[in-house]
Design a protein around this ligand. Structure first.
Ligand code: ATR
Length: 282
């Protein structure tokens, strides 16, 4: 953690705000991006207590900070805080990136594009005309729906334990493509792509996905990541799916999009994913 009143370093300053924040990979990722692209910047982590978000953002801006990443549990508060939003942030109902512009505080959401880029570029999974199952109907799921629909899947099904939340979420995005919400017990199709956006992996649990929904051609993606395979990845491997991945590439992808918004340069993500993978394993 650094002092947020640290004036006068002469270097553009960015930070990630969240709670907890000590284990955030964002400072490492942005430092690697800066090194790779020859950009001079400083990126730190700021832990903020409940009720202290607006003050912390105000202090950071007043001290000359250029932009922020926002993580759990402040993404919705950040959405309400900014005075201008990108369309994808508006739809996501959450902001993970703030850019302090001359006349505005711009809120963006780069999580969805981080996922889609990882799926398409790193995992080499095509989304067009595919049958996609998204598990979970919380903030993590909401942020990726519009970016997934942009790539014209045949259908996006949102499954959730609390069925009403899945149905309500699908209704919000009806105008953007083929999307429906249901419970796990209602699932009767086979899916090309299954994405785990639930918080189940955090507690070492599995969402109740019927094995009949997957085949040996299914690609499984867990938006969580860890040094070892997540429970969902182990489940996917045990069920002999085509391929599976954790969400480390999504994390680096959303960071790359934030970096682009702030600096106008797109860093190469593959080398940074490889570096982080090595560091996670060490
Ligand atoms: P986030 O912002 O990470 O999405 P959230 O808004 O609390 O967090 O949402 C958590 C999601 O994970 C919800 O969809 C939740 O399902 P419910 O709405 O039915 O609670 C889902 N979830 C959490 N633990 C789960 C578990 N063990 N099995 C299945 N779904 C789970």
């Amino acid at each position: 953690m650094t002092d947020i009143f640290d004036f006068g370093t002469g270097v553009d300053r960015y930070a990630v705000i969240g709670n907890p924040i000590a284990h955030s990979k964002s400072p490492r990722i942005h430092t690697l991006f800066a090194r790779q692209t020859g950009q001079k910047l400083e990126y730190t982590a700021i832990q903020v207590d409940t009720g202290g978000f607006a003050q912390a953002v105000g202090n950071f801006q007043a001290s000359g900070g250029k932009g922020l990443n926002i993580t759990v549990p402040f993404k919705e508060e950040a959405w309400a805080y900014v005075d201008k939003r990108s369309e994808r942030a508006e739809l996501a109902g959450a902001v993970n990136t703030i850019k302090f512009e001359k006349a505005h505080i711009l809120g963006d959401n780069t999580d969805g594009v981080g996922l889609v880029d990882d799926l398409r570029q790193n995992c080499e999974v095509n989304l067009k005309n595919k049958n996609i199952l998204l598990m979970g109907a919380g903030g993590a799921a909401r942020g990726v729906i519009a970016p997934l629909l942009e790539h014209k899947p045949a259908k996006l099904t949102i499954a959730n334990r609390t069925v009403d939340k899945a149905v309500a979420l699908a209704n919000i995005f009806k105008a953007y493509g083929q999307v429906e919400g249901c419970g796990y017990e209602d699932l009767d199709a086979r899916y090309d792509i299954v994405i785990n956006a639930t918080a189940a992996s955090l507690g070492g649990d599995l969402p109740p996905l019927p094995p009949a929904c997957i085949t040996t051609k299914t690609f499984c993606y867990d938006m969580m990541y860890s040094a070892q395979a997540t429970v969902f990845m182990k489940w996917a491997a045990a069920h002999d799916v085509l391929k599976y991945s954790d969400g480390l590439g999504m994390l680096v992808g959303q960071a790359a999009e934030s970096f682009y918004l702030w600096r106008g340069i797109r860093p190469d993500v593959k080398s940074v994913i490889a570096q982080l993978r090595q560091e996670l394993a060490a």
